[in-house]
Design a protein around this ligand. Structure first.
Ligand code: AMP
Ligand code: GLY
Length: 424
């Protein structure tokens, strides 16, 4: 089979590596892919942007593609799956109608309210003045969120009225996120451990994957700016069997059913961003795709075949498909360019250590230039390791990350520490 993967991050590298395990796979094309994917035997990258739907369609027409996995948010929200399916190419990933759960936070919030799915209380605004008036009545901290996609930067926790007002002005008046800021949510601030749960669904059944924990802030002890994620561990110790049962009953199944009722059947991977509050699990956000860097700890633990699962999702027979995860744990440490997520330099040559079984180097922001691999982004790569225990996985991931060399490399030193100390 010839497979097309649309996206170009560490997540896509992890997906490509997992897909390659299937003997049926002859060739994987990644658009645009990255320097790590390009080095994978049997994989080839082409410089077509993940948001260039016409370019993706043209590529698919001129290459014999048997199946496509769309794993990045913006092409999904723009309707990449609809376009490829029109050509007769079966896809893993939701169509445009279902991808709205990530494309519009206002839509998702209304859906959750309508179907009684637990989430933070919130109000929606289309007018900055009305939003600022409302902020005068809020308790602080409070959370201001742009409606649309904002590269993970669209949620701001404001500690004071002044800060919240400034955020509203930036989003709605200065339009720092463009049209994504035409509407905003002002949301109750929740507290509790956060859990990421990626789950496969074919619109009939939903199969949660092993849970995980992201580390979003740039610096140790959860200080510094929010990033795309500086590291992950799986499983998340706060996500006990009891919590999983509660989430299945109150969040996962109701979400799949709600989307069906709204005529927006979801097929693909739904990412539930949950907060385990004193009043139970609540949804912080839905994503319509695998998480990054959650995928870099979830897929190393997947024992079953990813391609077979993806095909079963597409064909509506997930119920019969085996989805098993190995026991033990995984940790991913992101090695970034110093200065990320603000200003950082790129173009430095990377040297990589050898990997042993159970170790993975997932490239994100690096490009291939001849034989060389050069840094090209903020998050350069993820060093992932599996172990029988969380401690083993953390030690493995750090030992691997230490062996990655490039100028101005930076990593957090405390990935997994919160999970190790978790008191359940
Ligand atoms: P989001 O872009 O919606 O995933 O939000 C990014 C991050 O902001 C989340 O991972 C949380 O850490 C935090 N956050 C979002 N919404 C809330 C909330 N209502 N209460 C507390 N923290 C939140
Ligand atoms: N790690 C969070 C996300 O993928 O959105």
């Amino acid at each position: 089979m010839n497979i097309l993967v649309v996206g170009g991050g560490g997540r896509e590298h992890a997906v490509v590596k997992a897909l390659k395990q299937n003997k049926k796979v002859e060739k994987i094309y990644a658009l645009p892919g990255n320097g790590g994917i390009a080095r994978e035997e049997g994989a080839e990258c082409f410089p077509v942007k993940a948001t260039d739907l016409d370019g993706i369609v043209a590529f698919a027409k001129s290459h014999k593609i048997d199946f496509a996995a769309i794993t990045q948010d913006d092409p999904l929200v723009m309707g990449c799956v609809d376009r490829l399916e029109e050509l007769g190419i079966p896809c893993f990933g939701p169509n445009k109608a279902a991808a709205i759960i990530e494309g519009s936070k206002v839509y998702s919030k209304d859906l959750m309210k309508k179907y009684g799915i637990p989430t933070a209380e919130s109000e929606t605004f289309t007018d900055a003045e009305a939003a600022i008036d409302y902020l005068k009545t809020c308790d602080y901290p409070t959370v201001v969120k742009a409606d649309g996609l904002a590269a993970g930067k669209g949620a701001v926790i404001a500690n004071s009225f002044e800060e919240a007002k400034k955020t509203v002005e930036e989003i709605m008046v200065k339009k720092v996120f463009g049209a994504s800021g035409n509407k905003i949510l002002i949301e109750e601030f929740l507290t509790g451990p956060e859990v990421s749960v990626l789950s496969f669904t074919d619109g009939k059944v939903i199969v949660p994957m092993v849970s995980s924990m992201d580390h979003k802030r740039a610096k140790d002890n959860d200080e510094g700016l929010n990033t795309g994620g500086m590291g992950t561990v799986a499983p998340n110790p706060y996500y006990t069997e009891e919590v999983q049962k509660e989430c299945m009953e109150k969040v996962f199944l109701p979400t799949v059913n709600a989307l069906n009722r709204e005529g927006r059947t979801f097929k693909g991977c739904i990412f539930f961003g949950l907060m385990l509050t004193p009043k139970g699990a609540k949804v912080i956000e839905y994503n319509c795709r695998f998480g990054d860097p959650e995928t870099q700890v979830v897929l190393p633990l997947l024992e079953s075949d990813l391609l077979e699962i993806m095909l079963a999702v597409r064909e509506g027979r997930l119920k019969e498909e085996a989805v098993h995860f190995r026991k033990g744990a995984a940790c991913c440490v992101i090695v970034a360019s110093d200065g990320y997520p603000s200003h950082y330099e790129t173009g430095y040559e990377i040297t990589l250590p050898e990997t042993k079984e159970g170790e993975y180097l997932y490239v994100a922001g690096a490009k291939a230039e001849g034989e060389k691999l050069l840094t090209s982004g903020g998050r350069v790569l993820g060093a992932s390791a599996v172990g029988n225990t969380l401690r083993e996985a953390i030690d493995g991931a750090y030992a691997l990350a230490e062996g990655v060399r490039f100028k101005n490399a930076y990593m957090r030193r405390d990935i997994g520490q919160r999970a190790l100390k978790a008191k359940i």
